[in-house]
Structures are given as C-alpha cells and as structure tokens.
Design a protein around this ligand. Sequence first.
Ligand code: GDP
Ligand code: IMO
Ligand code: MG
Length: 421
Amino acid sequence: MSGTIIIGTQFGDEGKGKLIDYLTEESDIVVRFQGGNNAGHTIVVDNDIYKFHLIPSGILYENKTVIIGSGVVIDTKVLCKEIESLEKRGHKINNLYIAGNAHAIMPWHIALDRHEENPRKDKIGTTGRGIGPAYMSKTGRSDSIRMYDFLTDERLSSRIFSILKNNRNYFEMIGFNGNADEIIKEYIAIAKNIRPLIYDAPTFINNELDKGQKVLFEGAQGTFLDIDHGTYPFVTSSNTVASAACAGSGIGPNKITDVLGITKAYMTRVGEGPFPTELDNDTGKKLRDKGKEYGTTTGRSRRCGWLDLVMLNHSKNLNGLTELIITKLDVLSGFNTLKICREYMIDKQNTKQFPGDPYILQNVTPVYQEFAGWNEDISAVKKYDDLPDNTKKYLEFISSYLNLPIKIVSVGPGRKETIVL
Ligand code: GDP
Ligand code: IMO
Ligand code: MG
C-alpha cells in the first residue's frame, strides 16, 4: 500500500502537472481530489504540449488508471472536450473514471462567477470557471447536481428543471437566462458520453490500496489559495492542502506514505491578493519572460517574485510535507544576485513566523538572504553533483532552512529535464 500526495506549496502553477506525469510512470493510479477546471496542468513530452484542466495528469500512460475524485467540481462540458481533444491526438481514453459523488459545475455557476467578478466590486481575479458558485451549491445542499444524477435522463432532467424553477428570479438578476428545454437537451447528450465513467470511486481506491497498488493524489492550485489556510478572501473555494486528498478521494490518513511539496524556485501568483516578495520591476519582468509565466487556464500574466521561505515553512506545517520537489531552477540562470526571503519584518521586529492574518501579511517587509547567481545553462544537467556550486548553495539553503530533503530538481518542462537526488 502506498499513497503519495503531491501538492503545490505556493500560489499554484508550481509545475505539478510535469511532476505528476513524471511520477506516474512508477505508480498505478492517479486521483484528482479538489478544485475543478480552474487548474491548468502542463505536460511536455518531446515536442507535444498537453494542458489539462480536469483530467488527471497521469492520463498519458494508457496502462494507468486515472480518477476524478469526489472532492472535485466537474464541468462536464469541459470534461467531454478534454477527452475529445486527447482522442483526436491519438490517445485511447479507456482508463478514466469519475466519482459519482462529485458535484457538477453548471452554466448558472459560471454566470454567477462572472457576475461576482463584476468590475464594480472588489475582484478576487477568479478564473471565471464557476468554481466558487459550484462549491456554494454543494455546501448549500439543495441546488446541486452530482455525477450520480447523470446516470439516468429522468433524474438529470428533473434536477435541472427544479433548480431552474426554484431560482428563476435570482438567475435573471445575475444575468443568466438559459432556456430549460435547451439546457436539459444539451446535458442529456453529455450524460450519454460520460455515464460509463461514473462509479463509486472511494470504494475502488480503497480496494486498490489494500491490494498494494501505488496511488498518486494530484493536488490542484496551491497551499496559499486554500479556502481556510490561504490569503482569504483571495483564495479558491476548496481545501488545497494535503489533508484534502483524504476527504476528496475518500481514504483515511493512514493510507498516506509521502507528501511531496512542489515548489517553484521563485514565486508566482495569478489574480489578486497579498504577495510579500513580489517584484514589480525589471527583475520581476525578467522572471516572467524567462519562466514564460503566463496562466495556463486564462493566459493572464503571472505576478513574479523571490522565493519566500517564511511562507514555505508554514506550508510545510499545513501540509505535513515529507519531501520537496524544486521546479524551474533553470529559470534562475543568468541573474547576478538571487534573493530568498528568510524573515519578515513586522512592526520593526524580525520574525520567521508566518502571520495568520492576511491584513498583516499585506504589510510585512521581507528580509532577504542574498546568493551569488550562476550563468551556466543547467537544463541538460542530469546529476545533482554536476550542478554549479552556486546552484547547490541555493538549494542547500532551502533544504536546511526547512529541514526537508529535496527529492527531485526540475530544470526544464520536459520529462528528461529532471534530476532525481
Ligand atoms: P501546474 O499548474 O502546477 O501544473 O503548473 P503549470 O503547468 O500551470 O505551470 C508550470 C509551467 O512551467 C508549465 O508551462 C510547465 O511546462 C513549465 N515547467 C514545469 N517545470 C519546469 C522547469 O523545471 N523548468 C521550466 N523552464 N519550465 C517548467
Ligand atoms: P493550478 O492547479 C494558479 C487562482 C485564481 C484566483 C483564485 C480564485 O494550475 O496551479 P477560482 O477560479 O479558483 O475561484 O479563482 O485562485 N487560481 C489559480 N492560480 N493556479 C491555479 O491552478 C489556480 N486555480 C485558481 O487566479 O486568484
Ligand atoms: Mg497551472
């Protein structure tokens, strides 16, 4: 039995997709457990680029099982498009399953997300995919549709019909004027496609773990976008921390053997919210250009900044990290000086303690440790020992500050650009 959780330790886009694809080779099953198609996970295999929003990043291995778990909110239209686009590219999709108890994102959720992001309000900068409203319907318990409801046409049409009827005035107010007959027709067609994939995922995953199968739990977003522990309200609407893997796939914590924290060698953030080490200057622009830091889902520019170990240490605790995976280290080649935030100054006092209150976080001053940079292109390096000395010093500082071993260093988007320590 082995359950490995892989999560983003920062604000998302740490390179989870690449690493999940890489680690799938030695696993049997990959499970997404939270979020929805707000995620954008990129995988590069030779000259082919794949961007997955819903389908787990293990899908490229046809002999592995991939599961969209109970805690995910599923836009079934997006799911069908992702399946279709993979099939067009020559992939057989006979290894994908969906948890029956996962909830659906419906068109009114997307309308509400866009209404809430109205320019007259304080924006969160959501991906506009209906994520927050879908989780609101789920926790509200009356007006949500689950994958199990897609199992018969009657059940699905009656759920859609009653939700549209009960909320007619509210939907009009938010600018959603969908026609019931058209929506029902469209979703019955979708249901026919996805029905064979819907099953009791928690029972399956537990049975497989008991048989000794290796399961990877694929996190989406990042720790500081967590609904409880992130920089609220500038967060997503699910728990993104490692423990969500258990609830969101229906397994107990005793099944987990490792928690791998994917960490970009610097930091990025898309959308609004505090970001203490943000570089709103030429250095930030250099990071964005070299790292191609543009959103996988919305194409927005990512805000860039130096690595923040005060945040990362908090992330270690929130997730119970057992090992780190450092990504995009190659992007740091060619800087004379690199900086890592080791403390915050709050009210003229230096501290390593991450402030729980985001209002305080908004006003901290980062205290940096400076490092000499390196100019060598490290993307072809295969062994840790062959990295430049300054690169090793940068990595060793991170590992010793956090008292965590580094398992893998990623030096490029492709599978081969990976150094296992
Ligand atoms: P995710 O959401 O955590 O899966 O990350 P994204 O796919 O949104 O963003 C990460 C981007 O960096 C993608 O374009 C990846 O192809 C790319 N990437 C991943 N690892 C590396 C790396 O080590 N070096 C470089 N240069 N790019 C990487
Ligand atoms: P991956 O899995 C980066 C951000 C949005 C916004 C906030 C809320 O690719 O790392 P939402 O649409 O979830 O209600 O938006 O969360 N966000 C992400 N940022 N990577 C992601 O996913 C994200 N998913 C959501 O930009 O600030
Ligand atoms: Mg992403």
